[in-house]
Write a protein that binds this ligand. Structure first.
Ligand code: ZN
Length: 319
């Protein structure tokens, strides 16, 4: 039987042992600032990572090999070819599954690393909850002056999604986190009313909703209903990562489409983050007049209510 799973496995396994990257050099020597940032991010206060005899945290191993936006020279086409073969076979999805590291020698500030990556193994065809596909393991050997300092094995599952998980419909928007402090806002939205919190002590308006007043510290509040008129105070255009739920159509085919996130200043003076609708993302501008509308998103699972969100429609050019 030609073209079956066995023949595919033979073709995939021809990549075992092939280099994915050859004779790469670290972009920077092992250095104190990167170690310090890592330790702060991880909350790791181990004294071994500071001071004159500092070593780098062993789990930083991969950080020294990262190519950044400009990438690493020395990458071959082997890994991309392997991925393309799997794409053709219907294994169009990928997920990182696990990583194993070994540390034969500590890395110290000043060490200049070199590394190479090999496609170590391709598993037999496996069926998981996500779907059916192949585990691909790459191994990166990190060296200092020819001496092996660390080994980094990285495994991905490249798979054909199981039918039930396929995203053929609109992408699902994330749900707002409703808690005791902001429940009143969302209750208002459900009734198509945009409510602003007001301190009953000093009358200061506030958004987002908070348990106390930033001006006077007072805990008591009531609400005023916003007129819904506002202007675009600021905005950003998100290009990456793609997020189909936030694009106008919400369809996966448009997943690469950028979208604008607006900071809307309401006529009452408070600001809120929302979608600007009615113009393409690249026509959003600071100062554009907008008006609230309550948009229903029909992307909810059958056992949940649809989502209603306040969004802001551009009113400029209206008669
Ligand atoms: Zn107050």
């Amino acid at each position: 039987m030609s073209g079956g799973p066995d023949e595919l496995l033979t073709r995939l396994r021809a990549y075992e042992g092939r280099a994915a990257a050859v004779a790469c050099a670290g972009k920077d020597p092992v250095n104190v600032p990167m170690i310090r940032h890592w330790c702060e991010a991880m909350g790791d206060t181990n004294p071994a990572y500071a001071g004159p005899d500092a070593v780098a945290p062993p789990t930083m191993l991969q950080a020294w090999t990262m190519g950044g936006l400009s990438g690493n020279e020395g990458r071959t086409t082997a890994f991309d070819e392997l991925m393309a073969l799997l794409d053709e076979a219907g294994c169009i999805s990928i997920v990182a599954t696990d990583c194993e590291q070994e540390y034969p020698r500590p890395l110290r500030p000043g060490d200049e690393i070199t590394f190479g990556t090999v496609i170590e193994s391709v598993s037999e065809r496996k069926t998981t909850k996500l779907g059916t596909g192949y585990f691909i393991t790459t191994r990166t050997d990190v060296r200092v002056g020819g001496e092996l300092a660390g080994t980094h094995r990285f495994r991905v599952l490249k798979y054909a999604p199981s039918r039930g998980k396929r995203r053929t419909q609109r992408a699902r928007r994330p749900r707002p986190v409703v808690n005791r402090d902001n429940a009143g806002f969302w209750e208002g939205v459900a009734r198509h009313r945009l409510l602003i919190q007001r301190c009953t002590g000093c009358r200061t308006l506030r958004h987002p909703w908070l348990p106390g007043c930033n001006s006077c510290g007072g805990p008591e509040w009531d609400t005023v209903e916003a007129s819904g008129e506002g202007t675009v105070y600021s905005y950003v255009v998100m290009h990456h990562p793609p997020f189909p739920a936030f694009t106008e159509s919400g369809r996966a085919a448009d997943a690469t489409g950028p979208y604008a996130v607006g900071l809307i200043e309401l006529a009452e003076g408070v600001r809120m983050v929302s979608n600007v609708v009615g113009v393409p993302y690249d026509k959003v501008r600071v100062g554009l007049p907008v008006r609230v509308e309550f948009r229903r998103y029909e992307d909810a699972d059958a056992d949940e209510d649809a989502l209603t969100l306040p969004v802001f429609r551009v009113t400029e050019g209206e008669g």
